[in-house]
Structures are given as structure tokens and as C-alpha cells.
Design a protein around this ligand. Structure first.
Ligand SMILES: *Cc1c(COP(=O)(O)O)cnc(C)c1O
Length: 226
């Protein structure tokens, strides 16, 4: 079942990419394995999947301990400052940095562990009350501040789009996030990359690929309902 789902999602990504004049290889599929058992991750791993997404630090750490070390763990959920110390040396990419205070904590813990940390800035594109993330007009300031930390490397932007009936309804948010990353790229800020655009989930990843996503985060479409 997982193999069929992975094949299907990869095919959808490839066709959405080609419609947009992009290459499928430009898009990394992150298999969102939160709440799912290790055995299901092993199944996806056996199919060649190496990028997995978790939204809780404790769960990521537990899975990290028992699964192969070549897995790239993506922390996609909200990160509390008191959990930073557990995850800085385990996450390949932290997608959810949305405040200077959080970045300062990451800097401190990364220094203790002598590691460098790759992060994305999470942006609340639709201004939803219930969502974390900075507002689009706060992004540049936060990027400029975090860029001063030598052991943190901003790789791009992430958004969690609203739940909508039609994926096209999120096109505006995806396009705006992409434009934001283009605008920031033009500022040529030291220690800042805008190579990664993490957007799109099971309901709207094809739309996100059309609009320039380089990472899509798919859980239900691979592992089934949670
Ligand atoms: C759970 C989650 C996903 C995956 O959601 P699905 O709809 O199951 O694909 C993607 N991104 C984030 C941040 C999540 O928490």
C-alpha cells in the first residue's frame, strides 16, 4: 500500500512539475510520518524514501534513535524553546522558525553541541489566527536578524496553507510565498539562501508544485488517515 501511494504521489509531482515547465527532481517529497509507527517508515525507506517529516520533537527523537542514520529528518511542527536542545543535532532541516527568540535558542544549543543548523522561516500567508508563523511583512526583518547567527543557515521559507475545498484556492498563497522568496533573494543578505520553498500537503501539493514548491510535505497521501 505504501509503495503504491508513494508511486502515485511521485507521479503526480512529476506531472505537475512538467506542466509548469519544471523538473521532477527539483521537488523533494517529504513523507510526513507523524503518529505512524516505525514499521511504516521502514516500509517507505525500503522504497527509497529518505526524507521524513515529524511535527513533535519527542517523536522525532524516538524514531531517530531506532531508524537508519541516512534518514533526513524534517521538523515541520511548532518548536518550543525548551525542546530545542533535543533536536538541533538530529533535524536535517527545521521548517518552523518563526521568532527571533526561538532562533536565539537554536543558536545557543547549536553552539553547545558544536553543530550548524539549517532552518526555514515559517510564514503565515493567509493570516490565520490559529496558525504559527510570521506575517509576510515581518519576514525580511527576521531573516536579517537570524542571518547574523553564524551557526544558523536560512535555506528558505515554509508555509502551512489553509484547509480549502479546491487546491486552486491556495494558489495565491503559494505564489505570494514564492514572490517573497524572490524579493528576499534580491536583497543579497549574507548567510541567507532562498533555495527551499516548503509548501503543499496531501490536499494541495500538486498546486504547490505548479507554484514553485521545492519541498512538499505529504502524510495522509502516503501513510493513510491519521
Ligand atoms: C501533518 C502535516 C503535514 C501533512 O499533512 P497531510 O495532509 O496528512 O499530508 C504537512 N505539513 C505539516 C506542517 C503538518 O503538520
Amino acid at each position: 500500500m505504501i509503495k503504491e501511494n508513494l508511486d502515485m504521489v511521485q507521479n503526480h509531482i512529476a506531472s505537475a512539475a512538467s506542466k509548469a515547465g519544471r523538473k521532477a527532481e527539483e521537488v523533494t517529497l517529504i513523507a510526513v510520518s507523524k503518529t505512524k509507527p516505525v514499521s511504516m517508515i521502514e516500509e517507505a525507506y525500503a522504497c527509497g524514501c529518505r526524507d521524513f517529516g515529524e511535527n513533535k520533537v519527542q517523536e522525532l527523537c524516538e524514531k531517530y534513535e531506532v531508524l537508519p542514520k541516512d534518514i533526513r529528518w524534517h521538523l515541520i511542527g511548532h518548536l518550543q524553546r525548551n525542546k530545542v536542545k533535543y533536536v538541533v543535532d538530529k533535524a536535517y532541516l527545521i521548517h518552523s522558525v518563526d521568532s527571533l527568540r526561538l532562533a536565539e535558542e537554536i543558536r545557543k544549543e547549536a553552539e553547545k553541541k558544536q553543530v550548524h543548523v539549517n532552518i526555514l522561516i515559517e510564514v503565515n500567508m493567509a493570516g490565520e489566527e490559529s496558525k504559527f508563523g510570521v506575517s509576510p511583512d515581518e519576514v525580511e526583518n527576521l531573516v536579517r536578524e537570524v542571518a547574523k547567527f553564524p551557526n544558523i543557515h536560512i535555506q528558505g521559507l515554509m508555509t502551512i496553507a489553509p484547509v480549502v475545498e479546491k487546491p486552486e484556492d491556495n494558489a495565491v498563497h503559494f505564489a505570494n510565498l514564492r514572490q517573497l522568496s524572490v524579493d528576499i533573494t534580491k536583497k543579497n543578505i549574507d548567510n541567507v539562501n532562498m533555495n527551499v520553498l516548503s509548501m503543499g500537503m496531501t490536499g494541495d501539493y500538486e498546486q504547490a508544485v505548479k507554484d514553485g514548491a521545492t519541498c512538499v510535505r505529504v502524510g495522509t497521501g502516503i501513510f493513510g488517515e491519521r
